[in-house]
Design a protein around this ligand. Structure first.
Ligand SMILES: C[S@@+](CC[C@H](N)C(=O)[O-])C[C@H]1O[C@@H](n2cnc3c(N)ncnc32)[C@H](O)[C@@H]1O
Length: 447
């Protein structure tokens, strides 16, 4: 075996797995699995399968999750840039799958970066209600924001706070919460062997107190009747079942909800309701998932905000756009025009990085639409579009930031144009005499 596991880790796994230990060790000889999750905010599973350029096989525990082969390059495909799917390790799809979300709910992702689970929670909300995605690391939040914007979600807010501090601001606010806790990462050793050295640097007393505090504070933010998922990508009982035991002791109004088992799913150690995923039993890496519910009935809290008067240049731009802004509120911050369908209560001094859709900014009295705005739109919601087919070389030219010539298309338009691939928006450009000046965001370009 090329991966060298520490002796004390091997001993720990022998004790945990007993007669399954050899099968676990053999899983290191097999190739890892690659997963792609269809973004149902943009396209149905059925429609994506009709246009998929990849050979896909269903992941049993994820309605919209599929295995693809490791030699395929989905991150290099224009559909990736149109936000039609997210690449995610198959087992990591389970936590967001088991959290039942209804449209219109307030949902919190406590440890969200880089957004693997948030993008699925956002898809489940279908741009209704509100998703607050938080991560303590402001630098990791940059990747999170990009993934949220790529997914076309406009009801997602992003903040960067220690969850313990955040919990003091939003008591009993959320209908559903996902806690994908920081952990020792034992379940990822096959996929990411570099995690083995970090595992060796920290003993098994490092993560449990952090995980217990995060989960308990998350419960404080859950509405009565609400549900919360706790997940890790590690096998340690101290970081999984003991954390659940602790939160049940701290919150007497909380109980475990059984997660239905699929072939290959193992139960938690002494906790039948939870799921353990092992690489020798399913096609994916290691994970732990628990679902909990708070007793009581949820009440709806609605936060309202006054609409503001909009700059003329933005109003002019909106004449080209049929997106329905009537259900939400606009605000302006640092010359950026922001719109959100729902609100959270006003907060002072917090690191709020995104509060819905940043439509764009005002530069020298002109409105410039953002990349996020393009991805939040449907093709039919913008008047001027250039719709290129996926095998048209101009798609890649556009994604690389180059000027493109669309004189062959029936267009006499001038001004802002939404560039699409097979009907799915990629970004904006400015057209004049059949030439599109590229406005694709620099940090997003095809490389
Ligand atoms: C397992 S990763 C999250 C992965 C993410 N859920 C996804 O699916 O892409 C754990 C995250 O927890 C964050 N974190 C660690 N301590 C935290 C705290 N006290 N409050 C909020 N986030 C925290 C880390 O910065 C890290 O990004």
């Amino acid at each position: 075996m090329s991966i060298q596991l520490p002796k004390n880790y091997i001993q720990q796994m022998k004790e945990l797995l007993k007669d399954e230990f050899e099968a676990y060790m053999q899983s290191f000889e097999q190739e890892r699995y690659y997963g792609l999750r269809i973004n149902t905010n943009k396209i149905s599973v059925e429609d994506f399968l009709k246009i998929s350029p990849f050979q896909l096989k269903p992941i049993p525990w994820a309605d919209n999750g599929f295995y693809y082969q490791g030699n395929q390059k989905p991150a290099k495909h224009p559909y990736y840039y149109a936000g039609l799917y997210y690449l995610q390790e198959p087992s990591a799809m389970l936590p967001a799958q088991v959290l039942p979300i209804e449209e219109g709910e307030y949902v919190l992702d406590t440890c969200a970066a880089p957004g693997g689970k948030s993008t699925e929670l956002a898809a489940k909300l279908q741009n209704t209600g509100l998703l607050l995605s938080n991560d303590i690391s402001t630098s990791r939040c940059q990747g999170l924001i990009k993934n949220i914007e790529l997914s076309g979600s406009y009801n997602t807010w992003v903040c960067s706070e220690d969850l313990v501090d955040l919990s003091k601001r939003f008591k009993e606010t959320f209908d559903k919460i996902l806690v994908d806790a920081p952990c020792s990462g034992e379940g990822m050793f096959r996929k990411e062997p570099h995690l083995i050295s970090s595992w060796q640097e920290r003993d098994d007393t490092y993560y449990p107190p952090i995980q217990k505090d995060i989960l308990s504070c998350a419960v404080d933010m859950l509405k009565p009747g609400g549900k919360i998922v706790y997940s890790t990508c590690t096998f340690s009982i101290k970081e999984n079942e003991e954390v659940i035991q602790d939160v049940l002791q701290r919150h007497s109004d909380l109980h475990l909800v059984p997660i239905s088992k699929m072939p290959g799913f193992a139960s938690g150690v002494g906790m039948e309701e939870c799921v353990r995923l092992y690489p020798h039993k399913i096609k994916g890496e290691g994970h732990f998932v628990a679902l909990l519910q708070k007793e009581g009935d949820a009440t709806k809290k609605i936060c309202k905000k006054e609409n503001i008067s909009l700059p003329e240049s933005f109003k002019e731009f909106l004449q080209m756009c049929s997106f329905d802004f009537s259900k939400g509120c606009f605000s302006i911050k640092n010359d950026k025009i922001i719109w959100s369908p729902q609100q959270l209560s006003e907060q002072k001094r917090w690191r709020l990085l995104r509060s819905g859709l940043i439509c764009g900014g005002i530069k020298k009295n002109h409105f410039e639409p953002s990349q996020a705005f393009a991805l939040a739109l449907k093709k039919e919601e913008f008047k001027n579009t250039a719709d290129l087919s996926v095998d048209d070389p101009r798609v890649i030219k556009y994604l690389k930031g180059e000027t493109i010539d669309i004189k062959d298309q029936d267009t006499t338009s001038k001004g802002w144009i939404l560039v699409c691939v097979d009907g799915y928006p990629l970004g904006f450009g400015k057209i004049d005499k059949g030439i599109i000046k590229n406005k694709y965001a620099k940090g997003w370009r095809w490389q």
